[in-house]
Design a protein around this ligand. Structure first.
Ligand code: SAM
Length: 302
């Protein structure tokens, strides 16, 4: 019998209700050596489960049936992304990240920003709406608010948030992602797009924003190293108004929540933020963690 060890964690978490069917499929595909192995693992897990857990796996199975190219897409995104990251001739890590996103933007715009959408615009829209609802419920997305998204990708959050806010600026290091964002936001007069250098937000003005967002982009800053993390945090602090909020959705991809929380608490102290929320997972369709920082009265430490 084919070994299905690679799938144990994702499928067990789906059965337990800790991972939505789309997330479980994405994780299963990422770890499976072939589509056949993934199919076999899913069938075995369905046969071994019952009740609501089994129903969730059956949902995953029908999602795959309705999205027949999903396995190949996840593998292609991984392959193109890591081929660019491995290229030494691109320069430093930030330049390689920009090249990697340039490469995968062409494969699937929705898959490039959220692999767990399996390349489906409808799933991406639902997952986007969950995050926007969270921001509204927290009183953070409202008329009068000026916001910035660091690592805006194809601009799905700029589109979803622009009707709720006075303005929103999208910053990204990838030229191709910004091209997609420009197309999506072409008719939105309160959206501005800026190509960043990945280290900070110059030339944006001091104390211009009430809200800063980093949605699945901070892990790349963490990968780029301590200097990039600190320079970005100091600069986000600089562009926020007093009491402005900075929400990080996923701090890193290291897979160690306790380490992320410890590190974020230490960095917030150093860069002049109070931590209001520290790494819980409030969403259904996405397992992203939420860190909510407020610009403190005290200045950053030198
Ligand atoms: C996974 S995508 C998420 C895009 C968008 N936030 C979303 O959720 O749809 C990550 C984005 O962050 C951008 N990015 C990575 N490192 C960055 C940095 N240091 N500064 C600005 N953008 C960055 C990438 O180019 C990419 O567009």
């Amino acid at each position: 019998m084919m070994s299905t060890d690679f799938s144990r964690d994702a499928l067990a978490r789906c059965v337990a209700g800790a991972l939505a069917p789309n997330m479980a499929l994405f994780q299963l595909f990422s770890s499976a050596p072939s589509a056949e192995a993934a199919r076999c693992a899913l069938e075995q897990a369905i046969a071994a489960s019952q009740g609501e857990g089994r129903a969730r796996l059956l949902d995953a199975q029908s999602l795959w049936r309705d999205t027949p190219a999903a396995f190949e897409l996840i593998k292609a995104l991984d392959e193109h992304y890591f081929a660019q990251i491995a290229r030494a001739d691109h320069g430093d890590h930030i330049a390689r990240i920009a090249a990697a996103y340039d490469a995968i933007a062409a494969l699937s715009p929705s898959g490039s920003v959220a692999s767990y959408s399996l390349g489906r615009e409808d799933l991406l829209e639902k997952a986007t709406a969950e995050v926007v609802d969270h921001l509204r419920a927290e009183g953070l997305a409202h008329e009068g608010c000026e916001a910035i998204e660091i690592g805006c990708g194809i601009g799905r959050f700029l589109v979803a948030l622009s009707p709720l806010l006075s303005s929103i600026t999208g910053v990204d290091v990838s030229t191709k992602m910004l091209e997609h964002a420009r197309e999506r936001c072409a008719r939105l007069v309160n959206v501005e797009l800026v190509q960043g250098d990945g280290r900070g937000l110059r030339p944006l003005a001091d104390r211009r924003y009430d809200l800063a967002l980093a949605i699945d982009s901070f892990p790349h800053i963490v990968e780029a190293g301590d200097e990039a993390v600190l320079s970005n945090l100091f600069d986000i602090h600089r562009v926020l108004r007093p009491q402005g909020r900075f929400l990080i959705f996923n701090y890193s991809y290291r897979g160690d929540d306790a380490l992320d929380r410890r590190e974020l608490l230490r960095l917030a102290e150093r860069t002049g933020f109070d931590v209001r929320r520290c790494g819980d997972r409030p969403f259904r369709l996405w397992d992203g963690t939420v860190f909510d920082l407020a610009k403190a009265e005290r200045p950053p430490l030198p």
